[in-house]
Design a protein around this ligand. Structure first.
Ligand SMILES: [Zn+2]
Ligand SMILES: [Zn+2]
Length: 84
């Protein structure tokens, strides 16, 4: 038998340092992709620039208040004019 060490992963909000696994079934994941999948399912925001935010601190559109895409564009851009 051997003793091995492994790394675990979770995401932390860049604003409030809340953990993506808080309140979840697992405290950490053995794969980065699992941690990211779980966080995205839990409404976390993951930016193309490597930033991570919890639901409360995810970047939002100033016009329609929807959560922005990972490249910080708004999905509803074409509907913005109608909302005025
Ligand atoms: Zn946060
Ligand atoms: Zn918008």
């Amino acid at each position: 038998m051997s003793i091995r060490e492994s790394s675990y992963y979770w995401l932390e909000c860049d604003t409030c340092t809340e953990k993506s696994t808080e309140g979840g079934d697992f405290g950490a994941w053995s794969e980065v992709s699992q941690a990211i999948d779980e966080a995205t399912n839990g409404d976390w925001w993951i930016g193309d620039d490597g930033q991570h935010y919890c639901f409360d601190h995810a970047p939002r559109c100033i016009t329609c208040k929807d959560m922005l895409e990972s490249d910080r564009t708004c999905d509803n851009e074409e509907n913005h004019d109608e909302s005025h």
